[in-house]
Design a protein around this ligand. Structure first.
Ligand code: SAM
Length: 284
């Protein structure tokens, strides 16, 4: 098998197919040979597992996943990569490429159709321009998956993995912690990619919880409140929730009081439990 993280092999394949990297599609392909085996090892896949990959590139991670899993289905948007993947992954019979935008694929239907009877995990070197939308979509759609192992920009990893209630937390921190236990696995320098991006990266894993971290009676209202609370970071929670949800400050102040919270508290100071309680006490 060709070494798909060898620069001369990559250059040769790409040149023969007349392929140019698309910045708009977040195409930074891995050239560090140690990264993909390590990601695959940490993804919780095994010979009984189905893996969904997002964005194959030339298949460097796809191949490592296929060596360890029962089946890999990779959703790749760029049609120009299909003939390349036909060539680079030709020796595997457990890989299927779905040529589509992952944000438009019905992943519930895909899992049902392709992974009957298998545990399913997601593993991907995400296109950075849609990291948050992809992670939010994977979590909010309540897919029957065990874990999501993804490479993201280091800053995004820090934001995702910081504890809820700490200075750097945001709405995405609350969302990931609500649905999953989050951990940082390892850092990857910018020089591990071709072309090299301007930032370093981190591989994180989200282990999907059986039940959400806190109980809320109306999830839609909870996430509406959370998004509003963190939308204007310099404002107090009372102001940002009131303006973001289009309700009066008095309503929010009353809910804060009932929850035993200071009226001038900021969203990033609130723990998961406090946010849940605030939501329960917020009468719309
Ligand atoms: N897995 C390869 C690697 O590690 O070298 C490629 C990773 S590259 C960062 C991101 C990949 O996602 C590219 O192949 C790109 O074409 C693909 N991609 C970008 N947007 C996508 C989308 N909306 N749906 C599916 N794939 C997408």
């Amino acid at each position: 098998m060709q070494n798909l993280s060898d620069i001369s092999v990559i250059r040769n394949v790409l040149e023969r197919h007349g392929f140019n990297f698309s910045k708009a599609l977040g195409q930074n392909f891995l050239i560090n040979p140690s990264v993909c085996p390590r990601m695959a090892e940490n993804s919780l896949c095994n010979e009984n597992t189905g893996v969904i990959e997002i964005g194959a590139g030339i298949g460097v991670l796809t191949a490592e996943l296929a060596k360890r899993a029962k089946k890999v289905v990779c959703v790749e948007l760029d049609t120009r990569l299909l003939p390349i993947l036909d060539e680079t992954l030709s020796e595997f019979d457990n890989i299927e490429i779905v040529n589509a935008d992952v944000m438009k694929v019905d992943l519930h239907a895909l899992i049902k159709e392709k992974f009957e009877g298998m545990d399913v995990v997601v593993c991907a070197n995400l296109p950075y321009y849609i990291t948050s939308p992809i992670i939010t979509m994977l979590l909010e759609s309540r897919l029957p998956i065990k874990a999501v192992t993804v490479m993201v920009q280091k800053e995004a990893a820090d934001r995702l993995c910081t504890p809820v209630g700490s200075r750097d937390s945001g709405a995405i921190t609350v969302c990931t912690n609500y649905y999953a236990e989050v951990r940082q696995l390892f850092n990857v320098s910018r020089g591990s990619f071709m072309p090299a991006p301007n930032v370093d990266s981190t591989v994180i894993r989200l282990d999907i919880r059986e039940d959400p971290a806190v109980k809320v009676s109306d999830e839609k209202k909870f996430f509406r409140m959370v998004k509003a609370a963190f939308a204007q970071r310099r404002k107090t929670a009372v102001n940002s929730i009131a303006s973001g949800m289009g309700i009066s400050k008095a309503q929010v102040a009353e809910a804060l009081k009932k929850s035993g919270l200071e009226e001038n508290v900021r969203a990033e100071k609130l723990t998961m439990q406090e946010l849940a309680e605030l939501c329960e006490n917020l009468l719309l």
